[in-house]
Design a protein around this ligand. Structure first.
Ligand code: UFG
Length: 324
């Protein structure tokens, strides 16, 4: 099977690309390296370019027959999307549309899409299942919701089958520390807590301690990036076998508060985490926890690495050994 993975040099894309290759899939990565890392690609075939470059896509699709596109390339910062929506709609919507058009024009039948829990906005009920209403509260979430809707219309009109995955909080790193999370700047809780424990950055600020949760800090559902990778493979196989389109929420169905993450990092690393209690960050829902029954039932997905200890152990090892 030949698969084109856009954003395959990024955090989730690189773990997915590695997993697909371990399953015997022939992977070509398309990444402009604006946020991705060459080191994350390993010895996979890398084409450096923009997934919104129609001419480049035509060349790629003409020179090789691809069975599927797996689309990760996107901007992912909620706060930045509020400040610069133009940048987000251009990359996450316009470029995705160009990619979908190229796929359809060249007879690619399957499209796997990296969506987000951000499509749901403030949860009306927990855990958040696939049929939860979609009311995104920021441009980032809007772009992902639009992506899913474009895919639904392209299936009806052009028969492009797709699988969309709404990730909750992607975390952890490859078990062997060969690849891992590296954002510039880093904004995600787990790497920040570990780096603070190692003295690599100033003390962490806990964003908000007056939420209606067990200790007042926000609850999130952390899912191991290698479990996300296996879900993408299973999802692609599923839509190929069944000729349908599906959406899945990917999480562990277990939530942890920010303060619980700090305590768990102290336990895993044996280091004290310096932190202070701060104000809420705008736009943060109090609790986000995924319902994952659909992925388990339909795909046979088994998120066996998504217990907090495994996530934090792999994240700590990556932080000690990171090469990029
Ligand atoms: N947090 C802190 N201090 C920090 C950083 C984060 O207390 O320095 C808290 C946040 O307030 C939040 C939790 O840690 O409660 C997790 O924050 P992250 O920034 O790691 O992740 P988010 O839940 O904000 O964002 C994730 C994805 C987004 C996605 C969003 C869906 O990273 O891409 O979920 O709502 F859009």
């Amino acid at each position: 099977m030949n698969v084109l993975i856009t954003g395959g040099a990024g955090y989730i894309g690189s773990h997915c690309s590695r997993y697909f290759r371990a399953q015997g899939v022939d992977v070509t990565i398309l990444d402009d390296l604006s946020e991705g890392h060459r080191e994350a690609v390993g010895d996979a075939r890398l084409v450096v370019g923009d997934c919104g470059d129609g001419e480049l896509l035509s060349r790629l699709f003409a020179e090789k027959t691809y069975d599927a596109v797996v689309h990760f390339a996107a901007f992912t910062s909620v706060g930045e999307s509020v400040a610069e929506p133009r940048k987000y709609f251009h990359n996450n919507v316009e470029n995705m549309l160009t990619l979908m058009n190229a796929a359809v024009d060249h007879g690619v039948g399957y499209f796997v899409f990296s969506s987000s829990a951000a499509v749901f906005g403030e949860p009306a009920e927990l855990p958040i299942r696939e049929d939860h209403p979609q009311r995104p509260i920021n441009p980032y979430g809007e772009t992902k919701m639009i992506g899913e809707r474009m895919l639904a219309d392209y299936e009806r009109a052009y028969g492009l089958h797709s699988c969309s995955f709404r990730y909750f909080n992607a975390a952890g790193d490859a078990e062997d520390s060969a690849i891992g999370e590296s954002h510039q700047p880093e904004t995600h809780l787990i790497p920040l807590v570990i780096q603070a424990a190692l003295g690599k950055r100033p003390p962490l600020t806990v964003f908000g301690t007056d939420y209606d949760t067990r200790d007042g800090s926000c609850i999130r559902d952390y899912v191991h990036v290698e479990d996300l990778a296996s879900a993408h493979y299973l999802g692609l196989r599923y839509i190929m076998e069944h000729g349908t389109s599906e959406q899945f929420n990917l999480g562990s169905e277990t939530g942890f508060t920010v303060l619980e993450i700090i305590q768990a990092v102290e336990k895993v690393t044996g280091l004290p985490v310096p932190y202070s209690l701060g104000a809420r960050r705008a736009g943060d829902p109090a609790v986000l926890v995924a319902g994952n029954a659909k992925a388990k039932d339909l795909l046979g997905w088994d998120p066996k690495k998504s217990d907090l200890e495994t996530i934090l152990r792999d994240a700590y090892h990556w932080e000690l050994k990171r090469t990029y």
